[in-house]
Design a binder for this molecule. Structure first.
Ligand code: LLP
Length: 416
């Protein structure tokens, strides 16, 4: 039976009819399955998977993962409030990363009792000490070290080199731990690292963890025993795989990643944290959009969809590739088209020179692997309403975010 494309037990046509387009559709089962892959791969050691909220911060997603034991990696006070709203009991499983935390954000995180601050500079460590002294609570911190490891990925999302704004030079970290261990409001709790995103090979993760582990051992020999190492996020997915990708299974990828980390951590008996975002949610999500118009200009054919760069900015921003499939393919010869949105910029494209079967106004197409950094990076550019989101749970589906309306766009504005 093939009556169009499905997300688990639900047809995308049904969803588009019921909830309108553009529409983000997520498979709950796949998100849970991916979380459990990590949990299984590290079951031999004390560990916590801290899902990176920035990848997809919808409350329903956070709750789904929290209910299965996930912790969270956050980078702002806003993300902290999202975790509190979705899963208040998970707040003790939160690590707070980010290069520019404000005193107000730190205060709030101290008050609710997060697991650990991943501190990215000496100045931030000093601020953390001031905040914790004021509140008379000891702050558990990890230094996010910069291991100077090169990870092959897009330059905008590579973070592990000395020239990047992230982390503390690993050669300077020991001195900071020593100083902090003399401050009674600071508890040296862990070391963290995050070398970048969409990294397809396991090797750089292992290399970074080796350096982190060396530092942990050195500190231990000086009497500073850290309970936690945090390997960050970054494991990439296959955006070229399509619906039936089977070449290297995601489970095998996770195994390979876990093996590289375990090897590096052989001498460390504490707890391991990891912060995957994309790998858990990206392939569980699609952006379903309706074709508004098919237009020819000179040699080119443009398929204009009702989704645009404000809904999914990855192609415009990172030249990212997303597989695009017709929900109900038409018969006929495939031809080369550009798939674009209605926003007034040439940069508003989803794909250029892509082969597509005949397509007509009114057809549905799905942009695959859009569950990570899709809705989370959407905007109201061109005064467009951000899309709705639907969570599919087996054969059931429910709206987890309604489509925006004009009142949402005007809510914060003042005329006189
Ligand atoms: N931990 C930290 C400290 C991070 O900065 C990030 C992502 C993660 C974890 C999660 O990384 P993941 O497992 O998702 O690769 N918007 C870009 C990706 C930016 C990633 C930023 N940091 C994109 O759409 O490709």
């Amino acid at each position: 039976m093939h009556d169009g494309l499905y997300c688990d037990g639900v047809s995308l046509e049904t969803l588009a009819r019921k909830y309108g387009t553009p529409l983000y559709v997520y498979s709950a089962d796949q998100m849970v399955e991916r979380l459990e892959m990590f949990q299984r791969a590290f079951k031999g050691r004390d560990h916590l998977v801290c899902y990176a909220v920035k990848a997809n911060s919808s409350l329903a997603v956070l709750k789904l993962l929290a209910d299965r034991g996930a912790g969270f990696d956050i980078v702002s006070g806003g993300e902290l409030e999202r975790v509190i709203a979705a899963a208040p009991k998970a707040v003790g499983r939160v690590v707070f990363s980010g290069v520019g935390k404000t005193a107000a954000e730190i205060d709030r995180a101290l008050d609710v009792g997060i697991l650990e601050f991943n501190v990215e500079s000496q100045v931030e460590l000093e601020l953390l000490a001031v905040c914790s002294r004021k509140r008379k609570v000891r702050a558990r911190f990890a230094l996010r070290v910069n291991p100077d490891v090169f990870a092959e990925t897009h330059p905008y999302i590579s973070t592990g080199l000395r020239e990047h704004k992230f982390g503390i030079d690993i050669r300077k970290a020991a001195e900071l731990y020593r100083a902090a261990s003399r401050n009674k409001w600071l508890e040296p709790h862990g070391i963290s690292v995050h070398i970048g995103s969409q990294i397809r090979s396991a090797e750089p993760f292992g290399a970074a963890m080796e350096r982190v582990c060396e530092l942990a051992m050195q500190l231990k020999s000086e009497g500073i025993e850290l309970k936690v190492v945090d390997a960050g996020g970054g494991l990439g997915i296959d955006y070229h795989g399509g619906v039936d990708a089977k070449a290297v299974t995601p489970a095998a990828k996770v195994q390979e990643y876990a093996a590289a980390i375990e090897k590096a951590l052989a001498g460390f008996s504490g707890k391991l944290l990891i912060e995957p975002g994309r790998f858990i949610v990206a392939q569980a999500g699609a952006l379903v959009t309706r074709v508004l118009n098919v237009k020819k200009n000179g040699q080119k054919t443009f398929v204009i969809t009702d989704a645009a760069m404000n809904d999914l900015i990855r192609p415009a921003l990172y030249q990212a590739y997303h597989e695009i499939v017709q929900v109900r393919p038409r018969a006929g010869r495939a031809r080369t088209v550009d798939i674009v949105g209605p926003v007034c910029e040439t940069g508003d494209f989803f794909a250029r020179d892509r082969m597509l079967k005949p397509v007509e106004a009114g057809d549905l197409v799905a942009l695959l692997d859009a569950g990570a950094y899709g809705m989370a990076q959407s905007s109201n550019y061109n005064s467009r309403f951000r899309p709705a989101e639907v969570l599919v749970e087996g054969k059931k589906h429910r709206l987890v975010r309604r489509r925006e309306e004009m009142k949402d766009l005007l809510a914060t504005e003042v005329l006189s």
